[in-house]
Ligand binder design. Structure first.
Ligand code: ADP
Ligand code: MG
Length: 379
């Protein structure tokens, strides 16, 4: 066990790193962060921030030398930097997890090799195989970059042969996935510590707009059989991949009640921000506990909670000029809390923060948080 009082290193100082750092500080840990952006969100809550690119091996080694364990909040990390860190401190989760996850093609193949449920897919390296895969999988597909996509970036929807060649030109090496008739999207978060103890959070129900998470509620108001199946998938992935830390699994629910794996993320996840209020332990505290090999926290539901993301588009007044949203109006709604990430530059589509709201049911919490979101900008 790496006991409170020691120091944790985080590769990545975005909002997930910031909120993990806050949880670590609550537990009494020191926090060092490495991020390429000198104004990264975690800066204000870390004891030390190293400003360097993620592929800088010397910087990764420097981070690891000063801490007792290294963890991460992004999966876009290279093997040399991961190795440089791992020579000096345990890195959790380790390279074996990132190697599978950071390439969408490897991820799909790994899921297939382990018998996990997923929709039809093909891994493609050139325009010809992309076009052939799109033709083979039907007339409506997603062409997703194998590397580095997020919030729907690095993806194209393909409904014709012409779309397919355009998609390869835009996306490059990719995985073609059949567009599925989604009844709901949910996610499940599993934590596993090096000693093997594994716990799962109640699944979240997620709503996307333009492929970006708009709101999310815990517990997902779905049939118990679906939630049990999600937990089962999470446990089997965590064990098979040898997880040390957190793993979020995005899932699709189809009309016949079948659950399919969409994608994996080996870190805290936007759809589990509600755990700061919904469950006895937040995902961020659980992240710290798991990578420090502490006893994992209780994930039992305390109260339903929903979150709504605040994108940079909201930082605009009625006159179209930059403006601060009317946080006072949102916070006047009972049960609503504001979580801002400390980002100065409010670009469209950028995640600036989120609102959370509790309720007697996940539906009530969702309605409340969406009302709070809607009053931020007078329309
Ligand atoms: P990202 O890495 O950008 O989150 P995802 O693969 O999760 O990429 O896709 C983003 C969103 O696009 C999903 O949450 C879902 O709403 C939609 N989507 C992705 N793949 C499919 C699919 N095969 N069928 C239907 N919708 C999809
Ligand atoms: Mg996703």
């Amino acid at each position: 066990m790496i006991l409170p009082g020691r120091t944790i290193g985080i590769l990545g100082g975005g909002q997930l790193g910031r909120m993990t750092a806050i949880a670590a500080r609550n537990l009494g840990y020191g926090v060092h962060v490495l991020d390429p952006d000198p104004a990264c969100p975690a800066r204000g809550v870390a004891d030390l921030t190293i400003t360097a690119p993620f592929d800088d091996e010397l910087a990764a080694a420097w981070l690891a030398r000063g801490v007792d364990v290294v963890t991460l909040e992004i999966e876009k990390l290279g093997r040399p930097a991961m190795r440089a860190a791992a020579e000096r401190a345990p890195v959790r989760p380790g390279w074996q997890v990132l190697e599978i996850i950071q390439d969408r093609g490897h991820q799909r193949q790994w899921l297939a090799d382990h018998g996990l449920p997923q929709g039809p897919w093909r891994s493609c390296d050139d325009a010809e195989t992309t076009a052939a895969a799109c033709a083979a999988l039907g007339h409506d597909n997603f062409v997703k970059s194998r590397f580095g996509g997020y919030d729907g970036k690095g993806q194209a929807r393909v409904r014709s042969a012409e779309d397919a060649s355009r998609a390869f030109a835009a996306v490059g090496p990719n995985v073609v996935e059949q567009a599925l008739p989604l009844v709901a999207e949910l996610s499940v978060m599993v934590a596993r510590r090096p000693s093997g103890e594994t716990v799962v959070f109640p699944p979240a129900l997620n709503h996307h707009v333009d492929q970006i998470l708009e709101w999310s509620a815990i517990p997902a108001p779905l049939p118990a059989a679906v939630l049990d199946a999600a937990e089962e998938i999470a446990r089997s992935i965590a064990g098979a991949i040898g997880l040390e830390g957190l793993l979020a699994i995005e899932l699709f629910l189809l009309p016949d009640g079948v659950l399919l794996v969409n994608e994996l993320a080996p870190r805290p996840h936007n759809s589990f921000h509600a755990t700061e209020r919904a469950t006895a332990t937040s995902q961020f505290e659980q992240h710290v506990r798991a990578v420090c090999d502490l006893p994992l926290g209780n994930t039992a539901l305390v109260q339903p909670c929903a979150i709504a993301n605040l994108l940079g588009d909201l930082w605009v007044g009625r006159d179209g000029k930059p403006a601060t949203p009317d946080f006072g109006a949102a916070l006047a709604i009972p049960g609503v809390r504001l979580h801002l990430y400390g980002k100065a530059d409010a670009r469209p589509g950028r995640k600036m923060g989120h609102l959370s709201a509790t309720g007697a049911t996940p539906e009530e919490a969702t309605a409340r948080v969406l009302r709070a979101q809607s009053v931020l900008v007078p329309r």
